[in-house]
Write a protein that binds this ligand. Sequence first.
Ligand code: TMP
Ligand code: MG
Length: 289
Amino acid sequence: MVSEIPELSNPSVCMRDPQRVEEILQSMVKAGSNTVQVIADFDMTLTRFAYKGKRCPTCHNILDNSNLISNECREELKVLLDTYYPIEIDSARSIAEKLPLMVEWWTKAHKIMVQQKIRKDLLATAVRDSDAMLREGYQLLFDHLHEHSIPLLIFSAGIGDILEEVIRQAGVFHSNVKVFSNYMDFDESGLLKAFKGELIHIYNKREGALLNTGHFQELRTRPNVLLLGDSLGDLTMADGVQDMENILKIGFLNDKVEERKQSYLDSYDIVLVQDETLEVPNAIILHLT
Ligand code: TMP
Ligand code: MG
């Protein structure tokens, strides 16, 4: 089967156990595409990490780089990024050690953003003017899943309003796409006053939490999961799927490749090393449908 997907021989592909990948794919094909759901992280998974040697923005960075915030605020957010991003990708620290620091990052960043009274009606322009880019092949991924009525759950510690705008402007915010993320709360004059609900950061992504809310009922009936992520925190995104039959985890390893490769190989079934495309996930989805 692995040999039936030539993309799995791409130079960016690394697998700890190709035989296991083959077995999972075989079971998923047998179960049929109506039992499959895709659960994907957004920043640096569905979006590019870099383009022409330049880093691409996360949802938060789209705001950081926009004129919706003051220069002073931009400076503060940059200090936070320079402080906490190296911690996020530090393979020498455990998740337990990083978790409180990540909560600290998100909490501080959101607090600063709220002070800026960001205007809801200007978000679309900020996204349009940004360098955000979905990975090459995104159109096929979104359109094909839609055509085959396969749910795509985007589970993001970014900002829901921004990510929705990115996929809307790309023309792929189809009805099968469900988003679980941090959403902005605006006052009656359309100014940001808070973030809604419980904070989602990179280490508390669990589908169970949202299934309990009663939304997303259809996801319960799809026990075969294709998971796409770029952080080790993304591995728990499918934890709440009930009676899971198979899960195939695909991880993008974008940064600090040498230090992190082994831990990615230990936890993701397929690791895509500095691969800016969705070629491999697309080949797998085409194979499953
Ligand atoms: P996710 O891709 O796992 O959903 O996480 C969102 C990313 O957002 C994570 O890689 C860190 C990044 N981030 C920023 O770039 N700026 C910020 O201010 C915050 C809080 C997060
Ligand atoms: Mg990510």
